[in-house]
Design a protein around this ligand. Structure first.
Ligand SMILES: NC(=O)c1ccc[n+]([C@@H]2O[C@H](COP(=O)([O-])OP(=O)(O)OC[C@H]3O[C@@H](n4cnc5c(N)ncnc54)[C@H](O)[C@@H]3O)[C@@H](O)[C@H]2O)c1
Length: 394
């Protein structure tokens, strides 16, 4: 993670987070560990719990605590009760900064731990679903501290959401099932950055891809990008592999399960496990059994079988390893620089959802290009003058 390393080397010299306490609720992966060590090097005390129990890598959790002095409260597969306890444990550090992937810490601080709000100077949010929750809190005038929507940085969305999720989702599905994608009818629900990445990779592996959307512009984009666009009602009959990536709930539900082909596979890449209506699938099933690690078979009354991957949780993290480090390098460099930005302006920012400053996005892109050995052109003075002029070229 060369960009993060460069940022971390400067942080170690300048110690911009000295005296700050960081509570993090993120995927417990090696990339997150590298990010949190960067914040430690900047002088912060850091504690971590899991944003998703299925993505926790236990060896990483143990090493963070034992080797790097970062208390980590997470065990792979922990149940909801244990996870809630671990969120509370992280908050015992009385954070000045929160780092979320799904707005869990922010929700607790705005609900039953309002006593902690006075110390908090800012937070960051990594994913679309979290940003949606925060914007809804801000729209009601109830958000109490500024939060940078790291998710919305271009150097996050274009690469992490699109290429990172696209590749790791297909990887998780193939690891879980070992199916051949070439020639397979694949249905992708949602054509945001995540859906675009998945549809692109599935097509690249030879699948016949159909996209389902609710937004006309996104549907039009999918259509002109060369994908078939259908309502899920129709796509459900034709698909073999279904992947949800909407951030919404009940995208695949009873009316769809009852019209799917035998041996349909259903997987989710969106943040929450509510995109596929698991309880409805369980109600419809006369028999269910695990058939492979991460694959559960639901047999319907007429004998058709539907296979649910990773219990409907993020398939790229539960059945795969999530985004490659090359991708997280940019997302976590954005996170690190956004935390530095919040601390430098502590007390001077409104309690709203903020964009990642353009300079940070730009800096991350410059450093990433350098690390990849990619050189680019620069505007000549004449070109700059032409672009700045309102009369030339008229
Ligand atoms: N798996 C991962 O590692 C990973 C990475 C990044 C984001 N995410 C999550 O993936 C989800 C999507 O993220 P995004 O950035 O693409 O969001 P987005 O908001 O840009 O795109 C979502 C798209 O889904 C469409 N949609 C909403 N409801 C729908 C429905 N019922 N049927 C069909 N389409 C519907 C929307 O119109 C939108 O175009 C979010 O939950 C996000 O948090 C997951």
């Amino acid at each position: 993670m060369p960009v993060l390393r460069i940022v971390g080397e400067r942080f170690a010299r300048e110690r911009p987070l000295r005296g700050h306490r960081v509570a993090a609720c993120l995927h417990v992966t090696p990339e997150t560990a590298t990010f949190l060590r960067t914040l430690s090097a900047a002088g912060a005390d850091v504690a971590l719990c899991a944003s998703n129990p299925q993505s926790t890598q236990d060896d990483v959790a143990v090493s963070l605590a034992a080797d790097f002095g970062i208390p980590t409260y997470a065990v792979r597969g922990e149940d909801a009760g244990r996870r809630a306890e671990n969120l509370d444990r992280v908050l015992r550090c009385r954070p000045t900064i929160t780092l979320d992937d799904g707005a869990d810490l922010v929700s607790i601080l705005h609900d039953r731990r309002r006593d902690l709000l006075a110390d908090v100077v800012g937070g960051t949010e990594e994913t679309t679903t979290g940003v949606i929750r925060l914007r809804s809190l801000a729209a009601r005038g109830q958000l109490r501290y500024p939060i940078v929507a790291v998710n919305d940085a271009l150097t996050k969305q274009l690469f992490d959401s699109r290429h990172g999720t696209g590749q790791s989702t297909m990887d998780g599905i193939v690891r879980a099932t070992n199916v051949l994608l070439a020639g397979m009818p694949v249905v992708v629900a949602g054509y945001g950055w995540v859906g675009k990445g998945i549809a692109m990779r599935a097509r690249g592996m030879g699948a016949h891809v159909t996209v389902c959307e609710v937004e006309p512009v996104a549907a039009l984009e999918a259509s002109m990008d060369g994908f078939r666009v259908l309502p899920m009602h129709d796509a459900a009959r034709e698909g073999q592999l279904f992947i949800t990536a909407t951030g919404s709930s009940g995208v695949l539900r009873e009316e769809h399960f009852t019209s799917m082909k035998d041996n349909a596979l259903v997987a989710n890449a969106g943040h929450s496990d509510v995109e596929i209506d698991g309880p409805a699938l369980a109600r419809l099933a006369v028999k269910r059994r695990p058939v492979r690690d991460m694959v559960e078979e639901f047999e319907l009354a007429d004998g058709r079988r539907i296979h649910l991957l990773a219990e409907g949780r993020l398939v790229n993290l539960a059945a795969g390893e999530g985004h490659p480090a090359t991708i997280m390098d940019m997302s976590f460099a954005n996170q690190s620089l956004s935390v530095e930005f919040l601390v430098a302006r502590a007390g001077h920012l409104d309690p709203t959802v903020l964009s990642v400053p353009k300079e940070i996005d730009h800096q991350v892109a410059v450093l990433k290009l350098q690390s990849l050995g990619v050189r680019i052109d620069a505007l000549t003075a004449e070109q700059q003058r032409y672009l700045d002029s309102w009369s030339d070229g008229a």
